[in-house]
Design a protein around this ligand. Sequence first.
Ligand code: GLN
Length: 296
Amino acid sequence: MAEPEPIGPALTRATERLRAAGSPSARLDAEVLASHAVDRDRSWVLAHPEATLDAEAAARFVAAVERRAAGEPVAYIRGFKEWQSMRIRTDRRALVPRPETELLADAAVAEIERRLAASDATITAWEVATGSGAVAVFLARRFRTAVALGRVRLVASDISPDALELTAENLAEHGVSDTVSLACADLLEPAGRSLPRPDVVIANLPYVASDQVDARSGSLGHEPRVALDGGPDGLAVLRRLFGQLETRARPAATVLLEIGADQGPAVAALAPRGAEMAVVPDLAQLDRVVRIDLPD
Ligand code: GLN
């Protein structure tokens, strides 16, 4: 049996292994995976390079580093991602929530609040392609009381039954299962049931062009293609959503979309007739969220 190894040299070795495997964030990945293996936070790991890993922790660490070296996202290996200060469960059933999608969630909160202040009508907010359910959980926690009072209705849908299972697990983990109606649906067209038409549509659709999905390797190869692949120009799913809006969304609905940084002009050209569109840049000043207001 090998001598127990201190964390410091184990981290150095893991970093070298991950760098050689092509990870762009090898040292950080190694630190996060070490903290996962010893079940302590990263600052503890960094402050205790002399602490030894017992045999089980060492084996967990090596296994985690090998998974990462094979390109699996750190969030799948740990089983969760910190997002909007919440722990969102993550695995192969859905895309890992991205930091930039926090902007979409914030825009959705602002829009629902604006509508709550503007009228007494019940507001239906529907997140399509919810995936892990990160945005839906965020909205459910924020509007739990408004939902209980009947002021807000929340719907989350996905075309993938696997993803919806993960959504349900995340809602349950955050104690908001009763706050959100889940539906298996092709965007706003649920199979075999009717749901209220939305006043606010929230969507982080697959928007990467198929050939770019093919060209990507590493972490992205482990994420479900259906969550990323937006067809030849990345906009195929978005076109389908736009085609559903007239019959499926309420008049004067607001649609909030995450887009690729270079897709603003193309999305503007596709927007339904009579709609108004505005683009919200992300922290890197890239076009990231589009807001579309449908006509009355
Ligand atoms: N931003 C994601 C990526 O580039 C894409 C997410 C999506 O298609 N919705 O990996």
